[in-house]
Write a protein that binds this ligand. Structure first.
Ligand code: ATP
Length: 235
């Protein structure tokens, strides 16, 4: 049997210029699994997602995706290996309409894509296919960003702060969509400011404190004191 993890990041050190943000961070994720990356503001959560997506190059360590070493690979090569990134800036093409945003998410090697799944998850977008993405509300743009992930049928989706600035009802809808991506067998790495929402979705937790992993394991075994400590002790 193939027991190799889908994602294996080992000993990642990364930062900006002379500032080291992540220190010796390791993260392993099986196909279809979901992990929540938790930690206070500035703990390095976004930096970790950017290092995994290839937006930021790791200073040291290795990243393997589906058995392929992508440590030095550009973001588009990681995308080809099955990775989809939803950055906190939403990641949609604002000047294109919804239809073209979805069209461009269809990978060349999977010509049909799964439009039906995307539009079923976000019926609100169905009537807006001709609308320019930049004219959508923040919540609708976030739906579109997630719908693009449905269309691309990736093996792994990195989600940064999907709920940022959105009304609770919308956040519910986005988390339902994330849950259905996970149910379809897609692995997720989520960064989420609402810890309870993250824990409800993710069976696994990676807790960062000042760029270091202080807990990695099952969400049900996470030590509340340690969790609180990582949040309260910061900055
Ligand atoms: P938040 O919840 O505030 O987004 P985070 O855990 O995602 O926090 P990061 O955004 O990864 O944290 O930031 C970690 C550290 O890196 C912070 O001290 C931040 O100031 C610094 N940092 C982030 N982006 C840059 C950048 N482009 N250049 C320099 N330093 C940066």
């Amino acid at each position: 049997a193939d027991t190799r993890p889908l994602l294996s990041a080992r000993g990642i050190t990364a930062g900006y210029g002379r500032t080291t943000v992540l220190r010796d961070v390791s993260l392993s994720l099986d196909a279809g699994a979901t992990v929540a990356v938790l930690g206070a503001n500035g703990a390095g959560k976004t930096t970790l997602l950017r290092t995994l997506s290839g937006a930021l190059r790791a200073a040291s360590g290795t990243i393997e995706l589906d058995g392929v070493d992508v440590t030095a690979a550009a973001p588009h090569r990681r995308a080809r290996a099955g990775l989809c990134s939803i950055p906190d800036g939403r990641g949609v093409f604002r000047n294109l309409d919804v239809r073209d945003n979805l069209r461009l998410a269809v990978p060349p090697w999977s010509p049909s894509g799964s439009w039906d799944a995307a539009l079923a998850a976000f019926p609100d977008l169905r009537g807006r296919l001709d609308q320019r993405a930049g004219s959508l509300s923040g919540g609708q743009q976030q739906m579109l960003a997630l719908a693009r992930a449905f269309v691309a049928e990736p093996k792994l989706v990195l989600v940064d702060e999907v709920s940022m600035g959105l009304a609770p009802r919308l956040v519910d809808e986005l988390f339902e969509a994330l849950a259905s991506l996970a149910a379809a067998g897609c692995a997720l790495v989520i960064v989420e400011q609402f810890v309870q929402r993250a824990l409800a979705l993710a069976p696994h937790v990676l807790l960062l404190d000042h760029g270091e992993v202080v807990y990695s394991g099952s969400a049900s075994d996470v030590d509340e004191q340690q969790l609180l400590g990582a949040y309260l002790g910061a900055e």
